[in-house]
Structures are given as structure tokens and as C-alpha cells.
Design a protein around this ligand. Structure first.
Ligand code: G4P
Length: 532
């Protein structure tokens, strides 16, 4: 087998994706069920329970252990029915941060989990916008169908209206809430009935399939469930959108599945459809040193990748940090010497790691779509490109609208030097954003997407630089970059004008309402949430 053939085979098997959802929609449960159905675990239910919760992924940082949750996003790799799954962890809850957004850029596809009783929630909307921006195709899983929820048609409409994307139901629930027994597969025209085999979905659910013409289905379903099912299926056939894989891959339509991750009903058919629909790693856009845009082919271009996340202080004795790299092309091998485009120097990637179901293992080879973690002796910054051939840089990672703001000072003024050094390091790593008054001023403001970023900042300043800090939150709830003539920008009274590190003007708003009002008052300006 020649080299390209083996890289092509490995690439075509890869499915690299992230699960996007609002906290509590069932992302962890779904991830765990993926491990169950792939055979990586034999019993599900170990990751449950928020209080006694075990981290689904890493627990390297001491703080992670204290909190019992996974703080920074990372990846797990395992086989599933002939494919290699790379699932990126995009933390929600209070551990939502800029890392969550950045990690999403490393995915080729996303699964959007929606709670059937809640519909499209805030964090899902934000993460979906990143998918749209990066043209990442999204599959939708309407979860918790075993609980009383909203009408399936209503949920489909909400996906279309709130997210402005077409939806196509791949299957339809056989009853809802207590009556949820399975799904009707619209492609194969089969009824899939599920049977519980264990308490709380610890084991796989049994599936029985019946052809649409089978009379047993009518007997198995309550008359009102059967009637409603057929009315809705007819409606979908008549009035619904058509489905094309092409349109899905372009991010124009989202295929929708109904399931219950807890009971496993509808889960296996969803995973099977997922590996069939989700794209394998494809060409990525990059720019040559002269600014020309190129596509980096995953198979024919020798190894290349980019850093999407830095995780610091995993080994206290070494104070090292780990750079997580998404492999974009070629084969990666241990000890590979690569060109670091920004630093214009060569580096040896000597201690690569991967995460297999939560365990850190040394990795010898990786292919496009894989995530590798390398020890980072202050060499890497977020967005850095590394490659064997050099000469190009992947598209820069977007910057995201911060939503929480604070002033932070060293408690002891004598520790100012350590504080400045630590803060600079954290800003360089992309752990926190620094803002200054616009057009000028010396006041330093810190900004983050999630509260956890501030907690990590304070923790690391104390732990790594020996600096205790005073934290004063500022009364702003959202922000936007302002594009347009700043001399003619009408700032709302309670808003604050600042500039980011690149000197780009931003407005901080006391409420989302004020932001909307400001946009209306300034039709000649653009208020931008994500800066590419
Ligand atoms: P997250 O990672 O998206 O935040 O959600 P997670 O999977 O932790 O699920 C949140 C809660 O919803 C959990 O309950 C989980 O058991 C429950 N859940 C997930 N999927 C389903 C489903 O399909 N049906 C039902 N009925 N519940 C579901 P919890 O009470 O917070 O924790 P636990 O003690 O039950 O684990």
C-alpha cells in the first residue's frame, strides 16, 4: 500500500465532531452512550450525577479535581462500527469558555442536542452560530423523548425559525413521554420498537424492526398514537423540506432525529446514521505567505495542523502546558520535526498524547481529524500552524464576544511584577482577554466568555505566580466590536467604549436590550459578535 492510500483509508474512517447543547440537554449522557454502543464501556451510568460526577474526560488540573468536572475541552478517540470517532468535548455549564468555541472550530461536524421539553436554548444558539460561521454541518438530536415534552412539529419549527436553517426529520417518534416506544425511519419506512433491558439505560436497548406494511405496528401502538403518527408523517411528506446530503454538508439543512439518550431508545440508529452522514476530514483553507488562499488537501499535503487549545499546568512539577493540535493533513508520527510558521523555526513533537476514553496515552501516529496533545514549553499560541512543508497558515481562529468583565488587581502591590508577567502569559494563551479604554486610557479591564475563565485566571496567578488577587466584577452583560466611523458613533449612556488588544473598538453593554437599542441608533455601524 502506498503512503497516500494508507492516509486516505485512515482519513475516510475518521469522524471528528463536537456535541453542542445547552447545559442539561443530555450531552454527557449521549457521549456515554456512544462509548456504550462502541463497546468502550460495558455499563453506562458512571458519568452521571452532577455532585458525585466523575469527569468524562481529563482531570489533570487540581481545580478540576476539586470541582469534579472537566474544565477544559479535550478529545476522546475510539472505534465505532468501522469508523474512528474523535469526539471533542465542548464544556457547557459554568465551565463554558472561549475554549468551547475554539474547540468547535476543530470539528468537521456537530451534533446539536435539544431537550424536547425546552427547545432551542441560549447556549445552543451561540454554538450553532459558530457552526454556521465555520460552515460546520449540524445533525439535530431531539432528546428526552421519554419525558413529557413539546410537540415534535413545534420543535422542528423552532429549529427552523430560531436558527434559520431548514430541518428534515429523518425519523419520527412512536409516541412521546411515557408512550415513547421507538421511531419510524422515514428512509427505510420501518418501525423501530425498543425494549428496555436494564434500569436507567445501563445496557443497550433491544431493537425490533417492522416493515411499514406490517399490521403488528398498529396493534402495538395506542390508537391515538398511531393516528397522530400517520397524520404527521403525511404532513411531513406533503409540506416538509426535501433532504439532500449535499445541502446538509453545506450547512443548509439539519437532519433531525428523535431519541432518549437515557433509555437508549433511538440512540443506535442515530449513531449509525451519524457515521453515514458526517463528513470525514476534508480540505481546509489556508493562506500562503503572500496572502494567496489555498486549500490544504488532507491526503496529499504532508503533516500539518493547528493549535486550537492550550491547557496549562497539568503537571505541577514541570509547570508545563499542553497544546492541543488538530491534524489537518498527512500522517503524524512521534518525534516528527515540523516547521512552526509563526516563530519561523523547527520544533520536534516529541511527547504526543491522545485521550482514549479519558486515559492519557502516548501516541505514535495520527491522521487527519485526530487531536494530539503535545507538551508545550511556551512554544505555541492559540491558532499557530505547524507543518512539515511550511509556507502556509490556517485560517485564524475567530475571537468571540466576551460577556463578563472585571477589574483584577494584585492584593499586595509588591507583587505587581509577578502579576503583570502572569497576566501577559494568560492573555497570550488566550485564557483571558485584555481590554483598554477607547480611544485611550491606562485602565486595564479583563473580559471573558465564561465565569470559569476568571476563576482559572485567579487560580493560576496564585498557583503559578504566587499572586493573590482582588476581583471586582463590572456591570456589563454583553459586548460587540464596533465597525464604522467612531466619530459618529452614538454610545448609549450606560455603555462603555473600549479597545481590544489589536486596538479595535468595542462597546460593552449593560444589557442585551441596550445592545439592540444601540444597533438601532447606529444604522451606519456594524455591531459584530464574532471577529474573524
Ligand atoms: P449535559 O451533559 O448536557 O449537561 O446533560 P447530562 O447528560 O448530564 O443530562 C442532564 C440530566 O438529564 C441528567 O439527569 C440526565 O440523566 C438526564 N437525561 C439525559 N438524557 C435524558 C433522556 O433522554 N431522558 C431523561 N428522562 N433524562 C435524560 P440529572 O438528574 O441531572 O442527573 P442524574 O443524576 O440523573 O445523572
Amino acid at each position: 500500500m502506498d503512503d497516500f492510500t494508507s492516509i486516505r483509508e485512515a482519513t475516510e474512517k475518521r469522524r471528528t465532531f463536537a456535541i453542542i447543547s445547552h447545559p442539561d440537554a443530555g450531552k454527557t449522557t449521549l457521549t456515554e452512550k456512544l462509548l456504550l454502543y462502541s463497546g468502550m464501556i460495558v455499563t453506562a451510568g458512571m458519568v452521571k450525577g452532577r455532585k458525585g460526577r466523575k469527569a468524562a474526560t481529563s482531570d489533570w488540573m487540581a481545580m478540576e479535581q476539586e470541582r469534579g468536572i472537566s474544565i477544559t475541552s479535550s478529545a476522546m478517540q475510539f472505534p465505532y462500527k468501522g469508523t474512528i470517532i474523535n469526539v471533542l468535548d465542548t464544556p457547557g455549564h459554568e465551565d463554558f469558555s472561549e475554549d468551547t468555541y475554539r474547540t468547535l472550530t476543530a470539528a468537521d461536524c456537530a451534533i446539536m442536542v435539544i431537550d424536547a421539553s425546552k427547545g432551542v436554548e441560549k447556549q445552543t444558539r451561540k454554538l450553532f452560530e459558530v457552526c454556521r460561521l465555520r460552515k460546520i454541518p449540524v445533525l439535530t438530536l431531539i432528546n428526552k423523548m421519554d419525558m413529557p415534552g413539546r410537540e415534535p412539529l413545534d420543535l422542528m419549527n423552532e429549529v427552523e425559525n430560531v436558527l434559520q436553517i431548514q430541518s428534515y426529520a429523518m425519523n419520527w417518534p412512536l409516541g412521546t413521554g411515557k408512550e415513547f416506544q421507538g421511531v419510524f425511519d422515514r428512509e427505510t419506512k420501518e418501525y423501530l420498537f425498543f425494549t428496555k433491558t436494564s434500569f436507567g439505560g445501563a445496557q443497550k436497548a433491544e431493537i425490533t424492526r417492522y416493515d411499514a406494511s406490517s399490521s403488528i405496528c398498529q396493534e402495538k401502538l395506542q390508537p391515538h398514537v398511531y393516528k397522530q403518527l400517520h397524520e404527521e408523517l403525511d404532513l411531513l411528506e406533503m409540506a416538509g423540506n426535501a433532504f439532500s446530503k449535499e445541502a446538509f454538508l453545506q450547512g443548509l439543512v439539519t437532519p433531525v432525529f428523535f431519541a432518549s439518550a437515557l433509555t437508549n431508545f433511538g440512540i443506535e440508529p442515530f449513531f449509525d446514521a451519524f457515521i453515514h452522514l458526517a463528513p470525514c476530514p476534508h480540505a481546509r483553507l489556508a493562506t500562503l505567505t503572500d496572502g494567496t488562499e489555498i486549500e490544504v488537501d488532507p491526503i496529499t499535503t504532508p503533516f500539518s495542523g493547528y493549535v486550537f487549545k492550550l491547557q496549562a499546568n497539568m503537571d505541577k512539577r514541570h509547570r508545563d502546558s499542553m497544546a492541543f493540535i488538530r491534524v489537518c493533513s498527512g500522517r503524524f508520527e512521534r518525534d516528527l520535526i515540523v516547521k512552526h510558521v509563526r516563530l519561523k523555526k523547527e520544533v520536534r513533537l516529541s511527547r504526543p498524547h491522545s485521550l482514549v476514553a479519558g486515559e492519557r496515552t502516548t501516541l505514535d501516529v495520527a491522521y487527519p481529524g485526530d487531536i494530539i496533545g503535545v507538551i508545550n514549553p511556551a512554544l505555541f499560541a492559540i491558532g499557530d500552524t505547524i507543518s512539515v512543508s511550511g509556507g502556509f497558515q490556517f485560517k485564524p481562529l475567530p475571537q468571540f464576544q466576551p460577556e463578563i468583565f472585571a477589574k483584577i488587581y494584585p492584593k499586595d502591590v509588591g507583587k505587581r511584577k509577578g502579576f503583570d508577567k502572569g497576566v501577559l502569559q494568560l492573555i497570550d494563551e488566550g485564557a483571558i482577554q485584555l481590554l483598554k479604554p477607547y480611544p485611550e486610557g491606562n485602565d486595564l479591564l479583563f473580559a471573558a466568555v465564561g465565569q470559569l475563565q476568571f476563576e482559572v485566571m485567579q487560580y493560576r496567578l496564585r498557583d503559578e505566580y504566587g499572586v493573590e488577587t482582588i476581583f471586582t466584577p463590572l456591570p456589563y452583560q454583553c459586548s460587540a466590536w464596533v465597525i464604522g466611523d467612531m466619530n459618529h458613533f452614538a454610545k448609549p449612556t450606560n455603555a462603555l467604549l473600549v479597545q481590544d488588544r489589536q486596538g479595535r473598538p468595542m462597546a460593552l453593554f449593560s444589557s442585551p436590550w441596550e445592545k439592540e437599542y444601540c444597533a438601532k441608533q447606529n444604522p451606519g455601524h456594524q455591531l459584530v459578535d464574532v471577529r474573524v
